[in-house]
Ligand binder design. Structure first.
Ligand code: G4P
Length: 539
């Protein structure tokens, strides 16, 4: 019997709706063009008709307020956690805040809720540090990665060099899907290697409107292009070299994140954005079944379930609230649905889930796998919390990431030791920061660990405003931390070395801190790298 015969009408509806979703996150290094590309995806996705916030944005670079302004002006839904647009019957959910420069664990966790990663690379710089870190999470999750090489209107690496840079830096197989015609100032368009069409483009006013494009067969287009004979010849050779690679791309390697289609373009001038978006819809993964804690796949058509991948407190100072962002993993969400929190058994009525729209809030009526809903003041919800309606399930999908920046903290007021512990414990549970006991420390000190240095500012601010506790912060020069299992021999071996320091996190799990990269590699040799855990899975 065909699968569809055994499904109820509602299950079929859920599966069909899920197929239309493309839930993705952008991985990039600051300044590669994530914000600009996001805006252009909205432009080409039909959500806005004119892009223009970019210049205004300069005045207030770190704020999301320009996006809020776009929301208000255009009436589209840009939230602090998900940005939606719909094109050709495909619903795109872009996770994370555009323009958000702060690198934190939040950015990494967003990838756990995404089905596809869009990797944006600056053509002049190749793969950069933060992209590499984010890539590690994609690799761990084996999600497909689609690459956009940006800023081709500026002098940069030769496209073939970019391809080998991606391969060498990330160990992934890059497969050209489009190819730039001319570089830098001479950049004139894109050859679509999949559809074998040359898109010649006219430069528009900094790409505020869609670029005017003329589409040609290769030879016909080359006659129109303003390139020297030498450059035309070079382009032909490159196209011949790369033309069949997409066809030969191993689908499985792509779906597991081991091969990535590479598109070239300029987000600023809109060159190559339309070709990219059309194929992105085709290539990006629709929502897939997540594995539950028993390693069983939760089919999309089963009862409603989801997990919290992000918590954000005090999003709006007028309301002083906290929001939990939930990625839907199965079933249909309807407003007012009664859900159970799997770890506590608590029941919660999802009567006021919202998508945030500027300072007014839109109530979401229904949503499907791949969508994100947010719940305000969600009680005991934590990052990683699973919720379900009537068909129980538990996920364990959110890893804790290894901190790279460390700071010793104590209270300015010696009588606030209790608040220090309580406040930091709360922030650790929210996933804002890692908190450890200071190795051989005194009672009123704790050690903070973060993935991005700006997270410390968030901690300082929140401790002061929410827990009325001012902190003393002293940086400490640990190089890295790793979680340890329960293996006593490993713990003793590391404890006896003077450049490694064994301590515990707030839940009492042993961790080790390293003074230097050398100490880390020595320890890896001594006890085995597989005994030192970079990601601590939630238990
Ligand atoms: P990010 O979110 O990844 O940090 O990057 P963002 O889009 O803010 O872009 C960083 C800078 O790069 C901006 O310039 C932006 O205009 C520029 N940029 C983005 N895409 C392209 C492109 O395709 N070509 C060129 N030439 N530049 C691009 P800025 O001067 O820092 O800011 P602004 O004055 O443009 O706001």
């Amino acid at each position: 019997m065909a699968e569809s015969d055994t499904l109820t009408e509602q299950q079929q509806e859920i599966i069909e709706e899920a197929k239309r979703r493309r839930t993705f996150a952008i991985i990039s290094h600051p300044d590669a063009g994530k914000t600009t590309l996001t805006e252009k995806l909205l432009l080409y996705g039909g959500a806005i008709h004119e892009a223009g916030s970019i210049r205004q944005r300069k005045a207030n670079r770190y704020a999301a307020s320009d996006w809020m302004a776009i929301e208000k002006e255009r009436g589209i839904s840009v939230t602090s956690s998900v940005l939606r647009f719909e094109k050709d019957n495909i619903k795109f959910n872009l996770l994370d805040t555009p323009g958000h420069k702060d690198f934190s664990e939040d950015t990494l966790r967003t990838l756990v809720a995404a089905d596809t990663a869009l990797m944006v690379i600056d053509v002049a710089k190749g793969v950069e540090e933060q992209t590499e870190k984010l890539f590690e999470v994609c690799k761990m999750r084996e999600i497909p990665i689609i690459t956009f090489v940006n800023k081709c209107d500026r002098p940069g690496l030769d496209p073939l060099e970019v391809i080998s840079n991606i391969e060498n830096q990330l160990g992934i197989d890059p497969v050209p899907a489009s190819w730039p015609l001319g570089y830098g100032k001479n950049f004139q368009g894109i050859y679509d290697l999949i559809g074998s069409k040359l898109h010649l483009q006219k430069k528009e006013d900094h790409g505020a409107k869609k670029a005017e494009t003329e589409v040609y067969d290769l030879e016909e287009g080359l006659e129109q292009a303003r390139l020297s004979d030498h450059d035309v010849e070079k382009f032909r050779e490159e196209v011949m070299l790369t033309e069949d690679m997409m066809e030969m791309m191993d689908d499985e390697a792509f779906l597991n994140g081991k091969a990535t289609p590479v598109f070239f373009g300029s987000a600023l001038n809109n060159f190559g954005v339309d070709v990219f978006l059309n194929y992105f819809a085709e290539l990006a993964n629709p929502p897939q079944a997540y594995q539950d804690i028993n390693d069983e796949e939760r089919d999309l058509g089963r009862g409603f379930s989801g997990f919290v991948f992000k918590m954000q407190a005090n999003m709006n100072p007028d309301h002083r609230d906290c929001a939990a962002f939930i990625r839907i993993t199965s079933g249909k969400f309807e407003r007012g649905i009664q859900v159970t929190e799997s770890n506590t058994g608590n029941n919660v009525k999802m009567s006021t889930p919202h998508t945030l729209m500027g300072d007014e809030r839109n109530i979401l009526e229904e949503a499907y796998p791949g969508d994100v809903v947010s719940l305000f003041n969600p009680g005991s919800f934590r990052i990683g919390t699973t919720i379900y309606s009537d068909d129980p399930v538990e996920f364990d999908v959110i890893p804790l990431f290894t901190p790279e920046h460390f700071m010793k903290v104590s209270t300015k007021d010696p009588f606030k030791r209790k608040q220090l512990r309580e406040g930091l414990k709360q922030l650790a549970e929210e996933g804002v920061v890692h908190v450890f006991e200071v190795p051989q420390g005194v009672g009123n000190e704790l050690l903070l660990g973060t993935v991005g240095a700006l997270q410390f500012e968030v901690v300082e601010h929140r401790m002061e405003t929410e827990y009325n506790t001012e902190l003393h912060m002293n940086s400490v020069s640990y190089h890295a931390a790793r979680w340890l299992g329960e293996d006593k021999e490993v713990i003793e071996a590391l404890d006896s070395s003077y450049s490694t320091h064994v301590t515990t996190d707030m839940e009492g799990h042993p961790i080790v801190l390293f003074d230097s990269g050398y100490a880390l590699s020595q320890a890896e040799q001594k006890v085995g790298a597989e005994k030192l855990f970079k990601f601590k899975q939630n238990t």
